[in-house]
Design a protein around this ligand. Sequence first.
Ligand SMILES: [Zn+2]
Ligand SMILES: [Zn+2]
Length: 271
Amino acid sequence: MAEKYYIECDCGKRARVELHEAGMDKRCQACQQMVRVPDTITLQQSSGDNYPLLRPLEKILATLREGEPPFDGLCHHCECRDADILIPVKLRILIERYMKDDGGIRPTITGGVKLVASAAEEYWKEVWFPLLLCSECQKEYIEDREQRRRKRRWELLGLFALLGAFLVFAYFFTAIVALCSLFFWLLLAFCWASQFRNRIKLQAWQLPWLEEIRWVSEALAMEDEYNLETGKTLDLRKIRHIIEGSENTDDNLSPIQWWMQQFKRSYFEIP
Ligand SMILES: [Zn+2]
Ligand SMILES: [Zn+2]
């Protein structure tokens, strides 16, 4: 994914700029004021990677802990409006897998043989980070999800229509045709099901959304085996309301920090 560049407005908001916009004036989405974009070298130097020595996943966790970009509260999709919702993302990474037993047929002391099942022990590490979206981009996100769901439903419907056609055909013709048809149908169904399984593991439609968070695609590229899951969507305005209504004297707590407190246990351990 392309490197991201930002400028900071006097009003304190951050705005995303492209490298070709260097030297031009850009309007701040928050206060409508014009802001001068610096030259390309300054842009590149200030591209905001405060942790050049950390691994991508560590950068995600470090910026999250500090409330720095990309977790400073801007929408991850349009990067010009404040986020209204938070979607928790659970990333599970395979750290280690070792075989306890190879399995196979083994001779026993008494002269017989026995079948030993192979067993693998796995160690997975779990990391949480949020996908932040404004209400505009959330609509797009939901539409994206519905579109994939509809597509899956049509695929399933088509598969059964095909089976029906095969059965009618087989009824009027020979049993051999029926067998061939069934074989091809099973083959098709198997292909469809295996694709379905992959989708659950990777959440294919969500991946482009998650990769809009800086360093996520780099972090995933470094892992051999992982899976991503998203949790229940949280309304950041509601969280803000909870924070304001609480007795807590720590009033500098941002909604994202509040959310992080809920996951405190293993949150900042670096995998
Ligand atoms: Zn501004
Ligand atoms: Zn947005």
